[in-house]
Ligand binder design. Structure first.
Ligand SMILES: NC(=O)c1ccc[n+]([C@@H]2O[C@H](COP(=O)([O-])OP(=O)(O)OC[C@H]3O[C@@H](n4cnc5c(N)ncnc54)[C@H](O)[C@@H]3O)[C@@H](O)[C@H]2O)c1
Length: 243
C-alpha cells in the first residue's frame, strides 16, 4: 500500500472539477497536495478554501511545469505523486479546426502530460523514492465521436505514454496509470455542457446519470494507493463505453 499520508502531490488543473475533488481526496488521506492551474482567480480561491499552495502554470509550457516541480520540492523537500489532470475539450468536426487550434489541444492535453511526467520522474529518480503518476485521459481515449478528433488523439496517446513509463520505471518503484472518466459534472462535462447535452448524456449512460468529480477522484486515489497497479486503464463512465 502506497500511503498518501505526508506524501506531496502536484495536481494539475486542481482549481476546479475533477482536479479539485482530487486535491480534497488527497487532503482527506493526510497528503500534501499542490494546485497547479492556469486559472489564477479560481486557483487562488480554491487554494484559500482548502488551505493548500497554488502555482499558476500553463501545463503546455515546459519551463513552467519544470518550475512548479522545483518550487514544490523547495516548499516540501520532496515530490511523491503527480496527477496530470489539466485538460481542455473543444468540440467540432475535424475539418473545422485551424492548425493553431489543433496545436493548442495537443499542447495542453498531451505536451502538458509529457512535461508533468518528465519532471516528476526526474525528481523521483533523483530522490531514489517511489512515485505515483496518474494521467487523466477520458472515455474518448477508449472510443471516439465525430466532434473530438484531437481531444481523442491526445487522450488515446496518454495510454501509450503511460504504459511505456510503467514498463520503463516499474523496478524503481515508479508507477503510472490512466483514468478514463465518462460524462462528469464539471465546467467541461456533464451538467456543464448545457441542458440538452446533459439530458442526452444521462439517457445514454447505463447507470442513468452523469458522474460527479468525487467518483473520479476515488479511482485516482485507488491507483495511487495500490502498489501492484501500473500501466493500467481504469474506465469510470457509468457504463458508457460498454455499449
Ligand atoms: N468532465 C468530464 O466529463 C470529463 C470526461 C472525460 C475526461 N475528462 C478529463 O478530466 C480532466 C479534468 O477536467 P474537468 O472535467 O475537471 O474540467 P474543468 O474544466 O472543471 O477542470 C480543468 C482544470 O484544468 C485547468 N486547465 C485547463 N487548461 C490548463 C492549462 N493549459 N494549464 C493549467 N491548467 C489548465 C482549468 O483551469 C481547470 O481548473 C481533463 O483532462 C478532462 O479532459 C473530463
Amino acid at each position: 500500500m502506497f500511503e498518501i499520508k505526508d506524501k506531496v502531490a502536484i495536481v494539475t488543473g486542481g482549481a476546479g472539477g475533477i482536479g479539485k475533488a482530487t486535491v480534497e481526496a488527497i487532503l482527506a488521506k493526510g497528503g500534501l497536495p499542490v494546485i497547479a492551474d492556469w486559472d489564477e482567480n479560481l486557483g487562488k480561491k480554491t487554494a484559500e478554501e482548502l488551505n493548500v499552495p497554488f502555482f499558476k502554470v500553463d501545463v503546455s509550457n515546459e519551463e513552467q511545469v519544470k518550475n512548479v516541480v522545483e518550487e514544490t520540492v523547495k516548499l516540501y523537500g520532496h515530490l511523491d505523486i503527480i496527477v496530470n489532470n489539466a485538460g481542455i475539450c473543444p468540440a467540432k468536426l475535424f475539418h473545422e479546426y485551424t492548425t493553431e487550434e489543433y496545436r493548442h489541444i495537443i499542447g495542453v492535453n498531451q505536451d502538458g502530460v509529457v512535461w508533468g511526467c518528465k519532471y516528476a520522474i526526474n525528481e523521483f529518480l533523483k530522490q531514489g523514492t517511489p512515485g505515483a503518476i496518474v494521467n487523466v485521459s477520458s472515455m474518448m481515449g477508449i472510443i471516439s465521436n465525430p466532434y473530438t478528433p484531437f481531444y481523442s488523439t491526445t487522450k488515446f496517446g496518454l495510454r501509450g505514454l503511460t504504459k511505456s513509463i510503467a514498463i520503463a520505471y516499474g523496478r524503481q518503484g515508479i508507477r503510472a496509470n490512466t483514468i478514463h472518466p465518462g460524462h462528469v459534472d464539471t465546467a467541461i462535462g456533464g451538467k456543464g455542457c448545457g441542458e440538452e447535452a446533459y439530458k442526452y448524456d444521462c439517457e445514454h449512460t447505463p447507470v442513468g446519470r452523469t458522474g460527479v468529480p468525487e467518483e473520479i477522484a476515488h479511482a485516482i486515489i485507488f491507483t495511487i494507493e495500490n502498489e501492484f497497479l501500473t500501466g493500467t486503464e481504469i474506465i469510470v463512465d457509468g457504463g458508457w463505453t460498454i455499449q
